[in-house]
Design a protein around this ligand. Structure first.
Ligand SMILES: [Zn+2]
Length: 108
């Protein structure tokens, strides 16, 4: 992060349902790989080489995979990926475009 970059950094975990799913920023050997949700050990890896705006998109994408592992009807991997890819930019835009609604929904 530079002194002019005021974006918050990724948290160490995301609350998904009843669990905290760790988020690890990892130096990926393949820069074409953005992130991964590891279903067997229930954790997310994000390519540490990505710009902050891309990390935000990838973390939403991987969190959606984690939600599928918990609460979505079983679908094949290709169908899940297609759904996640379709929803990711829309959810991120919805969050960014509705800060007052998000604040209201986040209030406990
Ligand atoms: Zn995916």
């Amino acid at each position: 992060m530079t002194t002019t970059d005021r974006r918050p950094t990724l948290p160490r975990a995301a609350r998904i349902g009843f669990r905290d799913v760790p988020i690890d920023r990892t130096a990926f050997a393949d820069q074409a790989e953005y992130g991964c949700y590891h279903v067997h050990d229930d954790r997310i890896e994000i390519n540490a080489g990505l710009k902050a705006s891309m990390q935000a998109l990838v973390v939403v994408h991987e969190c959606l995979h984690a939600m599928f592992a918990t609460a979505m009807p079983p679908v094949d991997d290709q169908t899940e990926e297609a759904i996640v890819r379709a929803l990711t930019p829309q959810i991120l835009a919805w969050i960014r475009d509705n800060p007052r609604l998000i604040s209201l929904l986040a209030a406990r």
